[in-house]
Design a protein around this ligand. Structure first.
Ligand code: RIB
Ligand code: CA
Length: 312
């Protein structure tokens, strides 16, 4: 039984690798991809999403554009991390597949309504603007969704864009707060999990050694991502974030965590976007999310490499 997935994403090299690995995973049925402004402005995010599906030979997968800015705040982007195109590293041609008409939020709503209840999962790899808008515009989909598996937040690992906030949550904290309060079953892959997934040189070489276009592109993306992150973290490899969502969807057993309450700070200028996880259960707040604390990095990279190997 395949799992039906809608990706909501702001590609971004790590988003791209998450989507490629998903396209190489027969367990997953990708119903569509919705772009959101985040790492780069929306027009680049949706263009990159189309480049990615074409690289995988899957231009049959519809790509829609969603929100071009957060609920309330000015858009914060991350070209310093992802490059001016948002997908620097590989030299992928401009897409020839057209962007789908209609708003991405309506695609999410219509797709969830068109499938059996509890059969569609949203895999959220960027700011949660589209997901929150879909839930606000069509509250009925909260009950129909199987769940939301998202990369975002941090607790013990603290922030990557401010001392307290992870980028996806920071860009649109109001949208994130709305999603975390929605009652939808949430699985959160925070920096606590993704910071353990270092793209070391042998792991990058394993993709290059595949000898395929997709393998070479992933190796080029990971190599590019070393630039900023290595000087920032000083580790043996840059952390790899969004593919943890794909890996969790396919092999959740390589991760561990617990159900906790997570709330999002939206009021403070100092800690805006902080995900406050009641990890030790010191409040009676509802346990609204499964917080993934760590994962098996070797198993993670082996899975990604094996799945990308199935692509052209
Ligand atoms: O903090 C990491 C997250 O922010 C990832 O999703 C990356 O693509 C950026 O969107
Ligand atoms: Ca992302």
């Amino acid at each position: 039984m395949t799992r039906k997935i809608i990706f909501d994403t702001d590609p971004g090299q790590d988003d791209a690798i998450a989507i490629l690995a998903a396209l190489g995973s027969p367990e997953l049925d990708i119903l569509g991809i919705v772009a959101v402004a985040g790492n780069v402005p929306l027009h680049l995010a949706e263009t990159n999403a189309r480049r990615i599906v074409e690289l995988a030979g899957r231009s049959d997968i519809p790509v829609h554009a969603g929100a071009e800015r957060p609920f309330l705040r000015p858009l914060v982007t991350a070209e310093h991390v992802h490059g001016e195109t948002g997908l620097d590293g590989p030299d992928l041609p401009p897409p020839s597949t057209p962007l789908q008409g209609g708003h991405g939020v309506d695609f999410i709503i219509d797709t969830v309504r068109a499938h059996e209840p509890k059969s569609v999962t949203i895999a959220a790899l960027g700011p949660l603007t589209n997901v929150a808008l879909a839930l606000l515009k069509a509250p009925d989909i909260a009950e129909r969704l199987q769940g939301i598996v998202l990369m975002g937040g941090a607790y013990f690992e603290v922030g990557n864009v401010t001392p307290t906030a992870e980028f996806n949550i920071y860009v649109d904290p109001e949208a994130a707060a709305s999603v975390f309060a929605s009652g939808v079953d949430l699985t959160v892959l925070p920096l606590d999990a993704t910071h353990g997934m270092h793209s070391t040189l042998p792991r990058i070489e394993a993709f290059r050694a595949l000898g395929t276009k997709s393998g070479a592109a992933v190796a080029a993306m990971l190599s590019f991502s070393q630039t900023y992150d290595l000087q920032k973290f000083g580790w043996d490899g840059a952390p790899l974030h969004d593919p943890c969502v794909t890996a969790y969807l396919v092999r959740p057993e390589i991760f561990e965590g617990r159900r906790v309450n997570i709330e999002v700070e939206t009021g403070s200028a100092l800690t805006r976007g902080m995900t406050v996880a009641d990890y030790w259960g010191v409040t009676d707040r509802p346990k609204n999310a499964f917080f993934v604390r760590s994962g098996d990095a070797d198993a993670f990279y082996a899975l990604l490499t094996e799945r990308v190997a199935r692509l052209p």
